[in-house]
Write a protein that binds this ligand. Structure first.
Ligand code: ADP
Ligand code: ADP
Length: 215
């Protein structure tokens, strides 16, 4: 199954993707995670991406498209994949279509959450410095404050989750990414789910629109 997970920053893409890829046994391709790893490692890609990310802007299309194309060529993508945070512009979506001519996308799942929920989720998000798992101070706190349940890594707040940058990211989303809702609707691929409910409810709705039995 080839799935795109769409939604504004904080909608719950990463949270749902983590569960979905385990259930569907497909790789999770999250461009934001790829960039954060590159920044952490100080690679050339990381150096290029950092200034855009810190400003809440999108990394230029040609950089992102190149990375995703390369990733989709890997053998583990033969049986399908879940794209999280890509595409984010119409140009990226068109490049993806072109790249997947003989194996098109099956579903574009749009997690639709209320604006106030997005802001609250972004501001309370905390990430494990070791494994990247995400928590929320209120909605999904770790067992021990500031420490990852899985590997004991320290939790931190993403640089771009501060109030000012988050506001910019939400604006960029409205301007550049939200047109993709219509793009996939016109192709008959869009599946809308209610993102303003608890994570379990969102997960069930996604499985339902994908036609997958839980269990
Ligand atoms: P995205 O990848 O779309 O930016 P995340 O999955 O990282 O979003 O979720 C943003 C924050 O909101 C995280 O701290 C996460 O724990 C929390 N969260 C995710 N889904 C829900 C939900 N349905 N209800 C409440 N909090 C949620
Ligand atoms: P969120 O969880 O808030 O949706 P991501 O982790 O997906 O955010 O992305 C973080 C940042 O990485 C974005 O603000 C942007 O700078 C960059 N980025 C990620 N994916 C893309 C993409 N497809 N195109 C351009 N920039 C991207």
């Amino acid at each position: 199954m080839r799935v795109i997970l769409m939604g504004a920053p904080g909608a719950g893409k990463g949270t749902q993707a983590e569960r979905l890829v385990e259930a569907l046994k497909i790789p999770h391709i999250a461009t934001g995670d790829i960039f954060r790893a590159a920044v952490k490692e100080g690679t050339e890609l990381g150096n290029k991406a950092k200034s855009y990310m810190d400003a809440g802007k999108l990394v230029p299309d040609e950089i992102v498209i190149g990375i995703v194309k390369e990733r989709l060529m890997k053998p583990d993508c033969k049986q399908g994949f879940l794209l999280d945070g890509f595409p984010r512009t119409v140009s990226q979506a068109e490049a993806l279509d072109e790249n997947l001519k003989d194996r098109p996308i099956d579903y574009a799942v749009y997690i639709d959450a209320d604006f106030d929920d997005l802001v609250e989720r972004i501001s309370g998000r905390r990430i494990c410095s070791k494994c990247g798992k995400s928590y929320h101070v209120k909605f999904n706190p770790p067992d021990v404050r500031g420490v990852c349940d899985d590997d004991g890594g320290d939790l931190y707040q993403r640089d771009d989750d501060n109030e000012e940058t988050a506001k910019e990211r939400l604006e960029v989303y409205n301007e550049q990414t939200s047109p993709l809702i219509k793009y996939y609707e016109d192709k008959g691929l869009l599946k809308r789910v209610n993102g303003s409910q608890d994570p379990n409810g969102v997960y069930k709705e996604i499985l339902n629109v994908l036609g997958v039995q839980e269990g």
